[in-house]
Ligand binder design. Structure first.
Ligand code: GUN
Length: 294
């Protein structure tokens, strides 16, 4: 099988360059510089890395990016007050609260305090509702990145059987909605599998396109997919690796060595979906800034 391994790093870099050009034009014509605020509560090492990468990527394309690092001991009301200040700050076009939040905080209350017009992560209840009806302004970044990958690989989704592993609010639910919607990058038949699904292998074997987003290292093996399948691996799992100087390595939800032998298209981990998520977040931030100029 001739397998196309997606280079998410390259694709994301291309998209960021396109946004850079659009940022320049926006600045020149309106004086507006897109502003992104990222809030991180606590010091989860992986979240720290994500937040730093988001800031770096935003700055590189001429946006203003500010990180707010809050201690784990903050209360809901502290985070909500910060968000209210950012909501009323005209120089801020995108607000993102890095997830997961510490257990003592209310994710729903915090996310829903973000102005829906600045919710570039697309996670506010109102924006989730809009997604349900196909009227979303900001598609959640990871599902949006997956759509871009499929588009760039020339994979049509229409009439395909898409099997989604995982029902998270950030990936599983929104991608299944987007792909079953009418229209471009939609019109698929979607099956969502999760921890209570029986005979999962019999379902994954029917997939024309398999999207793995369950957070279980190497879960999808070669026997679980059919020849020619398109595989999108959303998992980013740290597994112990004594050979690595960090003591761990990143692997996806898909056992790449086995599955890539059968797949027609596959995304690697790292270097597949991950970089695209950041690029699409920047796209949403640009969109928010340009809407604010109208
Ligand atoms: N944690 C992992 N991925 C994401 C994301 O796309 N958005 C936010 N806010 N947190 C995340």
């Amino acid at each position: 099988m001739d397998t196309q391994v997606i280079n998410g790093v390259e694709l994301a870099a291309e998209i960021r360059l396109q946004i850079l050009d659009k940022v320049k034009i926006l600045k020149k014509t309106t004086g507006i510089i897109p502003g992104l605020s990222v809030i991180l509560v606590g010091n989860d090492p992986a979240s720290n890395v994500y937040v730093k990468s988001k800031q770096k990527a935003a700055m590189e394309i001429g946006m203003n990016a500010v990180d707010y690092l809050l201690p784990e001991t903050v209360k809901d009301s502290d985070v909500i007050q910060l968000i209210k200040n950012l909501n009323s700050d005209e120089s801020v076009h995108g607000i993102l609260v890095q997830l997961p939040l510490p257990e003592n905080l209310s994710k729903t209350k915090i996310i829903d305090s973000i102005d829906p017009n600045k919710d570039v992560d697309g996670l506010h209840t109102l924006n989730m509702g809009k997604l349900m009806t196909g009227r979303q302004i900001f598609p959640p970044a990871t599902p949006y990145g997956i759509q871009k990958i499929l588009l760039s690989a020339g994979v049509s989704v229409s009439s395909k059987h898409v099997v989604v592993l995982g029902r998270s609010e950030i990936v599983g639910k929104p991608i299944s909605l987007l792909m079953s919607q009418k229209g471009v990058m939609g019109d698929a038949t979607v099956t969502v599998c999760h921890s209570k699904t029986r005979n999962i292998e019999s379902i994954t074997n029917q997939a024309d396109i398999l999207i793995a987003a369950i957070g279980m290292p190497n879960f999808v093996t070669g026997s679980m997919v059919k020849d020619g399948v398109v595989v999108i691996d959303v998992g980013i799992n740290r597994v112990v690796d004594a050979q690595n100087r960090r003591g761990y390595k990143l692997v996806g939800d898909v056992f790449f060595e086995e599955v890539s032998k059968k797949a027609s298209v596959i995304t690697p981990v790292p270097g597949g979906v991950g970089p695209m998520t950041i690029a699409m977040l920047l796209e949403n931030t640009f969109k928010s800034a340009s809407i604010s100029s109208l």
